[in-house]
Ligand binder design. Structure first.
Ligand code: TSX
Ligand code: MN
Length: 624
């Protein structure tokens, strides 16, 4: 312990719940060290019970942090400080001895777009500037949590210390939390997670919406070598629910590299054909592609059934039989609310009717929720209060809900949750799907020629996004494997790790596909109806995996053979020629853009096999 901390007055917090001495020595030491550092007035060791949750929600209600939504059962609305509404990439870092362990060194001293490094020295300084006394006047909650079903060989345990009751309530939904986890942990290893909103009491400035945060000093740091996550200044989502992006993606991707498995930003779905045959697929999409909607698809093709295992993260490991087994490490959905409707995702709408924490959505005068794209007309007498807690009318020109507003709901409540979703051995993945929002040039679906080609397809992923907040223009951004903000180590090494799966002696490598629901015609709108009709694409993928759907090789990969996509009963007509057309000039530009990205951003860490796959694509495009 640094001497300046030793000199500080040692005070013991009053214990509100739990028994410090009953914790395993490692957990106890982690808690005590951070009590000394953060100096909370109270300590609460979470047991995960209903009663505990009831008390915490009531306590937050009294403090004006959340409001009960009378229209539903046990649903709550939180409004944040408008400065704390999203993950902050600019303040998210990975701490390693060498910079190159975190990020590839870009060419010509450019800044890396695939992660941010901080040195251990700088990290120590940053902690010393922020954490001493940061929980004064507050309660430190100890949250033991399991990512994955408690006791599964694929699961991992974490302990989050936080001074935010909102985090406790959300972690209870998003993870398995409480006494059962401490029992499963025993004296074993766990990921250490420390979180503070960075607002000791009494507050220096009045709070906005009773939402404590410290945007000037926000920092989310990951120390993979120490299996440690340290987050300060933000109470929001991925910044504060440390089991999710910080643990299940960034830290887990590093653990997965060390242990020979994959931690990915992927949904997992089960799909059953009319003959009753079932397969599981995993899919990675950048934001704004409707990942949660696909995870809960309501198919338009008769006889098909889709069931949901997870909507965001997949942990996948080859078993002894060589099958790729996947679990969803999460226990809930932390989904974007705007755009979710009875049309786009009826299953999500049903999931969020009880036991759900909403954040930054609008509220109706009858105690319900509302947002853009909910697609529900309201009775005339109902009025709306915006996420900023102001009366709202559609003429205001501002959205009623924040575009990044969320629902946080238990996965078990999803009407189509898969019967195997908590299976400790995981579900067998037979297809991996990459996708992007590509208005131009990229066909509805194609299949990679090989595992190596598939890894290249993942590495070359791009998607349309609204660029930084300053300008609203749409740009096509690189988002390899939909992991750009979530890599826990050097992306070049990550690619080598993916390629190395092909060297496993008995691995049954899933086929890899790329889909694009968002191609537009030069004259009119979207070429593909999307949503429930995406089952037609999944059906083709299903039959490709079984070896009974036709395909023709093209420059980019295998395309569906003419007539092999089931279009029976499709409302309106689809211009298949346009939807699948390949344009030589477009793909030449795409190759050059991807080459530029690989050369400048991945530089010396790009595996030669990925360069080879790019060269092969280049040659095939030249022969078009
Ligand atoms: O989620 C979407 N999916 C996947 C569904 C399983 N969205 C919404 C994206 C925003 C998060 C889509 N939007 C999809 C899609 O497949 N496709 C589109 C584009 C689109 C929008 C509207 C129509 C067609 C395509 N048609 C009409 O509105 C009638
Ligand atoms: Mn996500």
């Amino acid at each position: 312990m640094p001497p300046q901390l030793q000199a500080q007055k040692q005070t013991c917090p009053r214990i509100l719940q739990g028994d410090l001495c009953a914790l395993s020595p490692h957990v106890k030491e982690f808690v005590e060290t951070n009590i000394t550092l953060c100096q909370p007035d109270f300590l609460h060791i979470c047991d995960g019970s209903d009663e505990e949750n009831r008390v915490i929600m009531k306590h937050m209600e009294e403090q004006g942090i959340v409001k009960k939504l009378s229209k539903y059962e046990n649903c709550w609305l939180a409004r944040t400080d408008p400065r704390d509404v999203a993950r902050v990439e600019s303040r998210t870092v990975i701490v390693t001895q060498e910079q190159r362990d975190t990020v590839p060194t870009p060419l010509n001293g450019e800044a890396s777009q695939i992660g941010q490094w901080m040195s251990p020295e700088e990290f120590n300084k940053a902690v010393a500037l922020r954490f001493p006394g940061c929980m004064k006047g507050r309660t430190m909650y100890v949250i033991p949590f399991s990512m994955g079903p408690v006791g599964s060989p694929l699961s991992k345990i974490g302990v989050e210390l936080t001074d935010s009751p909102y985090v406790v309530a959300s972690m209870r939904v998003m993870t398995r939390m409480g006494t059962a986890v401490l029992n499963a942990l025993g004296t074993g290893e766990f990921v250490r997670c420390l979180h503070s909103v960075g607002c000791p009491l009494p507050v220096k400035k009045p709070l906005v919406n009773n939402w404590p945060c410290n945007p000037e000093q926000t920092l989310i740091a990951h120390i993979p070598d120490r299996r440690l996550i340290v987050s300060f200044g933000s109470g929001y989502g991925g910044n504060s629910l440390l089991g999710k992006k910080c643990f299940a993606l960034r830290i887990a991707s590093r653990i997965a590299k060390d242990e020979g498995w994959l931690a990915e930003h992927m949904l997992i779905l089960g799909i059953t054909n009319p003959a009753g045959e079932k397969k599981y697929m995993a899919a990675a999409f950048p934001s704004a592609c409707g990942k949660t909607n696909l995870a809960m698809l309501f198919p338009t093709l008769p006889g098909w059934k889709v069931e949901c295992v997870g909507d965001d993260i997949a942990w996948m490991k080859f078993d002894n039989q060589g099958n790729l087994r996947a679990i969803n490490p999460e226990n809930g959905f932390f989904g974007v609310a705007p755009g979710t409707s009875a049309k786009s995702n009826p299953n999500a709408m049903e999931t969020i009717m009880k036991n759900t924490v909403f954040t930054n959505v609008a509220e109706t005068s009858d105690g319900g929720v509302y947002w853009e794209g909910m697609d529900q007309s309201l009775p005339e007498e109902i009025t709306i209060t915006s996420w900023k807690n102001k009366p709202w009318s559609s003429k205001d020109g501002e959205p009623c809900a924040h575009p990044n507003s969320r629902f946080c709901a238990p996965a078990s409540q999803c009407p189509i949750i898969d019967p195997q979703w908590e299976s400790p051995e995981g579900v067998p993945i037979e297809a991996i799907i990459f996708g992007g929002r590509r208005p131009e040039g990229v066909p509805l679906v194609y299949e990679a020629f090989s595992w190596q080609h598939g890894v290249f397809v993942g590495a070359a992923m791009r998607s349309e996004a609204t660029s930084a907040a300053e300008h609203k223009a749409k740009v096509i951004m690189h988002d390899p494997f939909a992991m750009r903000p979530f890599f826990g180590y050097n992306f070049g090494l990550y690619l080598s790790h993916w390629l190395s799966m092909a060297d496993r002696p008995n691995a049954k490598l899933p086929k890899i596909f790329h889909v694009n629901w968002f191609r537009k015609s030069p004259t009119a709108g979207f070429l593909w109806p999307g949503f429930g009709d995406n089952i037609r694409v999944l059906d083709w993928i299903f039959r490709r995996v079984n070896g009974d759907a036709g395909a023709i090789p093209s420059a980019v990969g295998y395309l569906p053979f003419h007539g092999s996509l089931n279009l029976q009963g499709l409302q309106g007509d689809v211009d298949l020629n346009e939807l699948f057309s390949l344009n030589k000039e477009f793909w030449q530009k795409e190759v050059e853009e991807v080459r530029k990205y690989f050369t400048t951003q991945v530089n010396k860490d790009l595996p030669t096999e990925v360069t080879r796959q790019l060269d092969l694509l280049d040659q095939r495009v030249k022969q078009m």
